[in-house]
Design a protein around this ligand. Structure first.
Ligand code: WQD
Length: 340
């Protein structure tokens, strides 16, 4: 049953790919984005990639209650996917107030406006970073949470707020998705990961070195207790993440209250393994040097993805080669990212 889905942060990396997935499956999509960390160009590319237009796109900050309420008043919103927020672990250490104001304050404003308009279905963008420096992997949804930086704490704080809202408002239906490391791009190469400034994350940095935009990659630490000493993460193709969000929207009516799911592949890949896979997929060298560990980093984060398989009969389907191949295609077609 197609729905009208309001996507906050819909012009961003994961948001734009999720909009394409929703459109391709017949849903109507309304985007709300302040474009602080995304390009308006992505909106045109979403329509081109999906082959059909967005219902609407509004340049609105989720903390702007009046403007957000006007958006809800203009569209028959059935469900919301909430991506809008800051997401760089390192940056959150130096800008904690901005992170809490946007990530937590924005979520509270959104929940208030949803209630004002009688909208009670929400998919929330959470993060594996809530697990912190996990003692044992793979991580299930029942693994202890121990966030180690302001970004991760904003995500866990939002989960706690959502639990309380669901306990108070019986009709709320919330799915919190803790995704691991989304990478790659839509296979068309029309949309992809285009961070502003110097990339914080590994994959876009590697892609920019391969295309000649950056001189070489700095590997943050080679003395971790892992197979080759470098950090291990659970990289998941952004189209699998997008599909997971679409499937979540279609399962929101399975029950009331809040449920939490990990979105990962269950496979760990080290930094050096990802470099090698990207060189293989792109045919380009990725020069790199080993440096000290990055503050706030942990050795290994890998998901146990079985809960979504049991609940939704859904699993990821794209492997590391596809992640590198698709990330490279977007970078090669857009060497300087989206036109500014
Ligand atoms: C991965 C590995 C680094 C850059 C991300 C997001 C966060 C959350 C979880 C969704 C680590 C190493 C990195 C570089 C490097 N996602 N690295 N050189 O830290 O796992 O966090 O996923 O909520 O929002 O930030 O991802 O890509 O920054 O780092 O060696 O230039 O690559 O040390 O081992 P991270 P990342």
């Amino acid at each position: 049953m197609p729905k009208t889905v309001l996507v906050t942060g819909g012009a961003g990396f994961i948001g734009s790919h999720t909009c394409v997935e929703l459109l391709a499956h017949g849903h109507e999509v309304v985007v709300v984005d302040n474009h602080v960390n995304s390009s308006p160009q992505a909106l045109d590319r979403i329509a081109k990639t999906a082959g059909r237009p967005l219902a609407a796109a509004h340049r609105v900050d989720v903390r702007d209650r009046r403007a957000l309420s006007e958006v809800f008043a203009s569209h028959p919103v059935d469900a919301v996917i909430h991506f809008a927020g800051h997401k760089a672990v390192g940056e959150s250490v130096s800008l904690p107030v901005e992170y809490y104001d946007t990530n937590v304050g924005g979520t509270c404003t959104l929940l208030s406006v949803m209630r004002e308009h009688g909208v009670h279905r929400l998919v929330f963008s959470s993060s594996c970073s809530v697990y912190g420096d996990a003692r044992s992997v793979p991580l299930t949804e029942r693994s202890p949470v121990a966030p180690t930086n302001p970004y991760a704490r904003t995500k866990l704080t939002c989960e706690r707020i959502l639990e309380d809202v669901c306990a108070h408002l019986g009709e709320m239906k919330v799915l919190a998705l803790r995704y691991f490391n989304p990478v790659g791009a839509h296979p068309s190469g029309l949309i992809g990961e285009d961070p502003r400034g110097v990339p914080n994350n590994l994959m876009p940095y590697i892609a920019q070195v391969a295309v000649g935009r950056r001189e070489r990659l700095t590997v943050f630490g080679a003395d971790y207790p892992t197979s080759d000493g470098t950090g291990v993460r659970d990289y998941i193709h952004v189209m699998d993440v997008a599909e997971g969000h679409r499937v979540a929207v279609e399962h929101l009516d399975d029950g009331t209250g809040m449920r939490v799911f990990n979105l990962g592949t269950g496979t760990g890949t080290s930094v050096l393994q990802l470099v090698a896979a990207f060189e293989e997929a792109s045919g380009r060298p990725v020069p790199h040097r080993i440096a000290e560990r990055r503050a706030g980093d942990v050795a290994t984060l890998v998901a146990d993805p079985s809960a979504v398989v049991r609940a939704w009969g859904w699993t990821t389907t794209r492997d590391l080669t596809a992640m590198c191949r698709d990330a490279w295609r977007f970078q090669e077609l857009n060497p300087d990212g989206y036109p500014r």
